[in-house]
Design a protein around this ligand. Structure first.
Ligand SMILES: NC(=O)c1ccc[n+]([C@@H]2O[C@H](COP(=O)([O-])OP(=O)(O)OC[C@H]3O[C@@H](n4cnc5c(N)ncnc54)[C@H](OP(=O)(O)O)[C@@H]3O)[C@@H](O)[C@H]2O)c1
Length: 298
């Protein structure tokens, strides 16, 4: 007998959000730098996402920099009551479009105030500390100093909840000793499964896992298995990639990014796609699972 589907909502801090949200990074210009290629379309994408029921948007002031936050404010303020905007701090952009760590107390404090101003908010609902110890992904190192600064900003009432991004399980455990962690945002998708064990342990603790690059990011996923399953289910490969993530774990919150109205409609429609068990088994075989349970049919 098939197991029941996961709920289409999950807890994020003190709010309940739909598990299919929207990531705003793709709205900035090429290289996530400068203005969008089409300002009017960027506003329409944001407004359509909200009108379609999305109530979780992921952003950062280092997209542009400042571009996506200002677009979100222009398109959506005054914000709907149920909308949760999640931002992140811990990086700054160079003139050459580079991404640089920005972890000092001064930089983190400025980043929170920049996000508040550019989003037009009095308090940020969720702020992720984006860790940057290595340009190649999550890498070990203590996060105590920057997370203590963010926890201080939370105590000042500027930040309601704190999450972590680009972190190892050891850093998540370290972070949880410093302050409550409501979400973890790491690189994960059907072909990149290093966080399998972490996802399951966060699910047991009721903590949201938010994969970045759910569709492969700057090099969108390509896989004959994805294409075959998509063809069989009369869907697109990206819809299958989204559906696989939604069925992977109940605490998985999706933020696929797009600057295209066509892709936005396609991605949102994936919430209705239920993958049969044999399709999930085929998709599970795209990448070797790392750590704990991977084969799940809910
Ligand atoms: N914490 C971090 O370090 C971190 C890092 C990266 C991203 N993020 C967050 O995660 C979100 C998601 O990541 P992402 O946007 O980089 O990557 P993604 O969602 O994996 O993929 C986005 C790419 O896929 C394309 N795409 C989207 N929908 C498609 C569809 N239906 N068919 C074909 N192509 C499609 C987009 O191009 P089009 O614009 O042409 O649709 C874009 O090139 C970001 O928006 C950002 O908020 C966080």
């Amino acid at each position: 007998m098939p197991l029941p589907r996961h709920s289409d909502t999950f807890t994020l801090g003190s709010r309940t959000v739909k598990r299919l949200g929207y990531g705003a990074m793709q709205l900035a210009g090429p290289g996530v730098f400068g203005p969008p290629k089409d300002h009017a379309t960027a506003l329409t994408v944001l407004r359509t996402a909200i009108a379609s029921g999305v109530n979780h948007i992921d952003t950062s002031d280092f997209y542009g920099p400042h571009v996506t936050n200002r677009l979100i404010r222009e398109a959506l303020a005054p914000y709907p009551d149920d909308l949760v905007i999640v931002t992140k701090i811990g990086a700054r952009r160079g003139e050459d479009k580079s991404w640089n760590p920005a972890f000092s107390r001064d930089e983190l404090t400025h980043a929170v105030h920049d996000n508040l101003r550019n989003l037009g908010l009095d308090v940020l609902e969720v702020v992720n500390l984006r860790v940057m110890f290595s340009p190649h992904g999550a890498a070990e190192g203590s996060i105590e100093a920057p997370l203590t600064v963010l926890a201080d900003l939370q105590r000042q009432g500027l930040v309601r909840h704190i999450g972590l991004s680009n972190v190892t399980p050891t850093q998540v455990a370290e972070g949880q000793k410093i302050c409550p962690i409501v979400c973890v945002q790491n690189h994960y998708n059907v072909a990149h499964r290093g966080d399998d064990a972490l996802i399951d342990s966060l699910a047991r603790d009721g903590i949201a896992y938010v994969p970045y690059f759910p569709l492969g990011g700057f090099t969108p996923l390509q896989s004959s298995t994805l294409s075959e399953v998509a063809q069989r289910l009369d869907a697109t490969p990206m819809q299958v990639a989204i559906a696989w993530l939604l069925q992977r774990a109940p605490n998985m919150l999706l933020i696929p990014g797009t600057s295209s109205m066509t892709h936005l409609h396609e991605n949102l429609a994936a919430a209705k796609l239920q993958l049969p068990d044999d399709a999930i088994r085929a998709l599970n075989a795209i990448a070797a699972p790392v750590g704990a349970a991977s084969v799940t049919s809910v």
